[in-house]
Ligand binder design. Structure first.
Ligand SMILES: Nc1ncnc2c1ncn2[C@@H]1O[C@H](COP(=O)(O)OP(=O)(O)OP(=O)(O)O)[C@@H](O)[C@H]1O
Ligand SMILES: [Mg+2]
Length: 339
């Protein structure tokens, strides 16, 4: 087997406040293969952005990476100097954030910022960098790029500016693109266009993408695999189609239930997941989802759930009932604690 593009092993992130230390990210492990598209989903506060920031080594004090390894093609990013890591950031790994304005400098032209990003990672003349910038903008779907490249960020609409940010992220030909809620701030039509664009771009370049989103529909449209986070852990990873048809973890099932499905009967009620996701520092014992889980049995409150393989590369569910759910047992029958 070849080395995965990205391999995250036992990654924990700690924050310290007056009351002590909390671990909002707990022993997170997963792989991403070259060219793979991975969706990272889960309710607010589940640790999606922390995972992304940890990979980029952008966790600021009082936060810190408490344990783990982040291997990019086998090289541990946590062992790199600040200078080496700066070259990885925006080089081999690029990140697109929710708010495109925050990624841009408001007082410099798009041309200036793009040319700078290109020249940071390759030794080309200013003219060549400008030509490449225009090409990148065109690729990202900015019409009439040659004449608009001299504009300032505020002269672009939100959707257009997100395309500029995508062009910027592509400047160094990254192997991994991390998009953290990159389409959330946009209207639905623009969202769909940007999602299509990202899919095409990663395909054309053979780049991998980690797509963080609240939107399970967008995750389905774009991604090969779906990875679900809850209370700082990955509770399920599955191939996207299998995930939508047969979620194993009850939390995955609840998330899918909460989505208004297009194929649902017209009068089907939208179910929200009862209760709130727990806060770091107050994660329930055993399986953190147990207080909200309609299928919980006593062991769920007592012991951390096992990681049950679900039949594919890197696919698993962390659930005491994972085995039974996989075998298609009706959970209404699972009244007794498992041995
Ligand atoms: N600067 C910080 N100081 C203390 N705790 C933090 C900090 N940033 C994040 N956390 C903790 O980490 C948890 C996970 O945060 P994270 O931003 O990763 O959530 P998320 O899954 O990206 O949520 P959202 O969908 O709202 O973006 C938070 O609930 C919080 O407890
Ligand atoms: Mg977030």
């Amino acid at each position: 087997m070849s080395v995965p593009l990205l391999s995250v092993r036992g990654l924990s992130v700690a924050f310290r406040d007056r009351r002590g230390e909390t671990l909002p990210l707990r022993e997170v492990s997963f792989d991403l293969r070259a060219g793979q598209r991975l969706a990272l989903v889960g309710e607010s506060g589940s640790g999606k952005s922390l995972t992304a920031f940890a990979i980029m080594r952008l966790i600021r004090p009082p936060g810190r990476i408490a344990s783990g390894e982040i291997l990019l093609e086998g090289r541990d990013l946590l062992g790199l100097s600040a200078r080496q890591m700066a070259a990885v950031r925006g080089g081999e790994i690029a990140m697109i954030y929710q708010n495109p304005l925050s990624a841009m400098n408001p007082v410099q032209t798009i041309a200036h910022q793009l040319v700078e990003a290109i020249r940071r990672h390759s030794a080309v003349s200013k003219d060549a960098a400008r030509r490449r910038a225009i090409d990148l903008l065109g690729e990202a779907g900015v019409p009439d790029a040659a004449s608009r490249i001299g504009s300032y960020p505020h002269q672009f609409s939100g959707g257009m500016l997100q395309r500029v940010v995508i062009a910027m992220a592509l400047a160094a030909d990254p192997k991994l693109l991390i998009a953290d809620e990159a389409t959330t701030a946009l209207d639905v039509t623009t969202q769909a266009r940007i999602v299509d664009l990202l899919a095409r771009i990663v395909d054309d370049r053979g780049a991998a993408i980690m797509f963080i989103t609240h939107d399970l529909g967008v995750a389905a449209a774009l991604c090969d695999d779906v990875q679900v986070m809850y209370a700082g852990r990955i509770v399920e990873r599955a191939e996207a189609r299998r995930f939508y048809e047969h979620p194993i973890h009850p939390y995955s099932e609840a998330l899918l239930e909460a989505v208004c499905r297009l194929d649902a009967e017209p009068d089907r009620r939208l179910t929200a997941i009862p209760g709130n996701p727990p806060l770091a520092g107050a994660f329930p014992s055993g399986c953190a989802f147990h207080p909200r889980c309609p299928h919980a049995v006593p062991i769920c409150a007592e012991q951390a759930p096992p990681r049950v393989p679900t039949g594919g590369p890197g696919w698993f569910a962390e659930c005491h009932l994972g085995r039974e759910r996989l075998d298609g047992l009706t959970l209404a029958d699972a009244k007794e604690p498992l041995p």
